[in-house]
Design a protein around this ligand. Structure first.
Ligand SMILES: Cc1cc2nc3c(=O)[nH]c(=O)nc-3n(C[C@H](O)[C@H](O)[C@H](O)COP(=O)(O)OP(=O)(O)OC[C@H]3O[C@@H](n4cnc5c(N)ncnc54)[C@H](O)[C@@H]3O)c2cc1C
Length: 677
């Protein structure tokens, strides 16, 4: 190293919090400031250098300054104030419609874990690398760093600012303002393609995003076969240029804690001023209920999770288990890692690929070395859904957050007619005679898990205390709010944004739109029946009993022979909707007079029949027969359950008709969709 003043590359991290398979770190590791012998080249096909580096050349620099910013518009940062008498220059990070925290307690911890993990990884390289953390709006942080270096040239020059692109609308605005700032300072600015998706942007079949098909299946067909799609992962750097000798400090009035524990405290302190999150009756963690997502954040944890899933066979059994709701491995639980960029989708692909080719862990698992199987194919299929949602974000921008969605013309009716549906609003009447006070109250009860509909309540309570709820449950919850309660679906999307550990703008808003009937669903106007869904996916009532402990005492079985008990579907109906319980049972369970039991927000029409093709058939088909009051602690539920055909939907106006008849329930045929998948 010469005595030349430091030439610093500023790398602003957002949702690319990883060292491995990271195009910017990879490119920085190839800078000519180090000897080639330290190159992390790897002859393995998986690690071939496929990066954008050669296309971009890269600025010459002597130091790398990676900075993660806790963005004040998305994460509440007042807990970072240096003194209690200081005031934050930023408004509270609250959502636009419902006014809830944009990043709630589960995700802030997960994000902090990820940032800290990366910091330790970078420091662990032993080459003087590291990660700085800052608080504020990203443009303010970049501006302050550029100004600080411009003022004193002894501190070194910022020779370039690099960032990974993000299709979120706020993120696009950020990119614009950084471009402007760097231009003002005469500094190079480069936006790198985000490589955390399944199909690389450079391999997309369309030239212009306007050509993206509005239907997932059409899109999928253009990129099949999926197993051949992902590019190789990039090598993990073993060396990076060091941090600069002096670094612009955090702007006042904030200061950055020096331990992960204190970082989490700072992130949580404002949120926990009201631990009930405005709920009159906040859900409590029920005794013995176990989180389906007890995982901490970070690249290390994410990569370990991938290895676990492959080596224990969970990827291979995924197709059969993915509609489960209880347990750790019924689905991958990779979403939060993917959302924060702790891991990439192609890392998931290549780990499965190795298994399929008979290499690496998992040799004792059926299917090892036997190529793609049903499970691994289904995981790829879902990863492509994620790609598709983010491409929709790129195509539709702000429409992803608007009431009438990407359709922009109101929901459509059964025959495709425009309906201009009016959803109830929280703060004013929608004009359809609704009372906003009552809507607010209904939203309160929805969030608290006190609607009176078991599946919905279990899911919302689970979400509140753990930050996760399954895809199956999410579909039902979104359909319930937007169609059964007829409440502005955006407040549900915002509540999910706040409480989901795996929130991702495109996947969340895209899926909410889809279910609310204003998104990419080619067959709009469908509604989930949460009782029918519970019968299919919680047929022993274990999920509802786990998260709604008040209902655990409901006996679900009847005696059918000496010492033989069988699930009684009529009794399940009392679990799925407690208002259906008899008066004496309500009294004996202490549920008499309980508001959500006696006065549910809505009464779902559904009956189980006793005749031919009714309860009997349903029982034998679903294998009912084991005792009902079984353990509710995390089990790999859902194995062998149906694949969520559209039997679970009804079209508008069909709710009253949705009874199990001799010829079975109405079936709406369809392709698989995220809502039905
Ligand atoms: C109303 C609603 C809101 C949602 N909000 C989010 C969100 O904020 N963030 C998020 O990542 N997913 C969201 N999803 C999609 C899906 O529910 C979650 O990705 C999944 O439940 C996460 O658990 P998992 O990682 O075990 O998924 P798995 O079933 O194991 O799927 C593997 C991966 O595929 C992707 N994936 C699966 N289903 C979908 C889908 N329908 N859309 C997009 N990607 C998918 C995820 O990255 C997931 O990790 C939402 C779905 C609904 C219906």
């Amino acid at each position: 190293m010469t005595n030349e003043p430091p030439r610093i590359l500023l790398y602003i991290l957002r949702r690319d919090i990883r060292l491995s398979d990271n195009p910017i770190f990879h490119s920085a590791s190839l800078q000519p400031t180090r000897s080639l012998s330290r190159s992390s080249s790897n002859p393995d096909r998986r690690h071939r250098d496929d990066s954008l580096t050669s296309e971009h050349g890269g600025a010459h620099f002597t130091h790398l300054l990676p900075v993660y910013v806790f963005p004040a518009n998305q994460i509440e940062v007042s807990g970072f104030l240096s003194s209690p008498s200081d005031e934050s220059p930023y408004p509270e990070a609250r959502s636009a419609v419902a006014g809830v925290w944009r990043t709630g307690p589960h995700r802030v911890k997960f994000i902090a874990d990820g940032v800290w993990d990366l910091k330790e990884k970078l420091e662990g390289l032993g080459c003087g690398s590291g990660l700085e953390m800052r608080v504020g709006r990203i443009r303010d942080v970049v501006s302050s760093i550029l100004e600080w270096h411009a003022k004193d040239e002894n501190e070194g020059d910022i020779s370039g600012v690099w960032i990974t692109d993000d299709d979120g609308t706020e993120e696009k605005d950020e990119e614009k303002s950084i471009r402007k700032l760097t231009k003002q300072h005469g500094v190079d600015f480069k936006i790198w393609k985000d490589e955390k998706y399944y199909v690389d942007d450079r391999d997309l079949p369309h030239k212009d995003i306007s050509e993206l098909p509005n239907v997932y299946t059409t899109f999928r067909k253009t990129v099949e076969p999926l197993r051949d799609r992902p590019r190789n992962v990039l090598p993990t750097p073993t060396y990076l240029p060091p941090l600069p000798p002096s670094i612009a400090p955090q702007e006042e009035p904030f200061s950055i804690p020096s331990s992960l524990e204190d970082m989490k405290k700072a992130l949580l302190s404002s949120l926990e001023k009201d631990p009930a999150y405005t709920l009159k009756v906040p859900p409590q963690w029920p005794t013995d209920a176990q989180s389906a997502h007890p995982f901490g954040g970070g690249e290390t944890a994410g990569l370990n999770r991938i290895t676990h899933l492959v080596s224990k066979g969970a990827m291979s059994s995924y197709k059969a288990t993915r509609n489960g709701m209880l347990g750790l491995d019924f689905s991958t639980k990779l979403s939060a890692y993917l959302a924060q960029g702790h891991i990439t989708a192609r890392q998931v692909h290549w780990a499965m690929f190795e298994f399929e080719e008979g290499r690496g862990p998992g040799s004792q698992i059926a299917g090892y070395g036997k190529g793609e199987n049903e499970g691994t194919a289904a995981v790829r299929f879902e990863l492509l859904w994620r790609d598709y949602m983010r491409l929709c974000m790129r195509k539709f921008g702000y429409k992803m957050f608007s009431l009438y969605g990407i359709q922009n013309r109101g929901a459509k009716g059964e025959k495709g007619e425009s309906q201009s549906k009016k959803w109830k609003q929280l703060h004013r009447s929608s004009g359809a005679g609704d009372d906003p006070e009552k809507t607010l109250e209904a939203f309160q009860r929805f969030k608290s898990g006190r609607t009176g509909v078991g599946l919905i309540d279990a899911s919302n309570r689970e979400l509140f205390v753990t930050g996760y709820t399954s895809n199956r449950a999410r579909q039902n919850v979104a359909s319930f709010l937007s169609s059964h309660l007829n409440i502005d679906w955006r407040v549900g999307a915002e509540w999910y944004e706040s409480f989901l550990v795996d929130y991702d703008a495109a996947s969340n808003w895209g899926n909410w739109q889809y279910v609310a009937g204003v998104g990419n669903d080619p067959r709009q106007g469908r509604v989930f029946n949460p009782v029918k869904q519970a019968l299919d996916y919680d047929k022993h009532g274990e999920y509802i009993k786990a998260w709604v402990p008040e209902l655990r005492g409901i006996k679900l079985t009847r005696t059918v022979g000496p010492g033989k008990e069988e699930i009684d579907q009529q009794r399940l109906m009392g679990l799925y909707q407690a208002w259906k319980l008899s008066d004496w049972e309500k009294t004996s369970l202490g549920l008499k007079g309980v508001e959500w039991v006696e006065h549910p927000l809505t009464r779902i029409q559904f009956q189980v029949g006793r005749g031919r093709g009714g309860g009997q058939d349903a029982r034998s088909k679903r294998g009912g027969g084991s005792g009902g009051g079984g353990p509710w602690r995390g089990r790999g539920g859902g194995r062998g359950q149906g694949q969520g055909s559209d039997r679970n939907f009804r079209r508008k106006g069909e709710e009253e008709k949705w009874v199990r008849k001799e010829d079975g329930p109405t079936i709406v045929s369809s392709d698989r969709t995220p809502a039905s998948s």
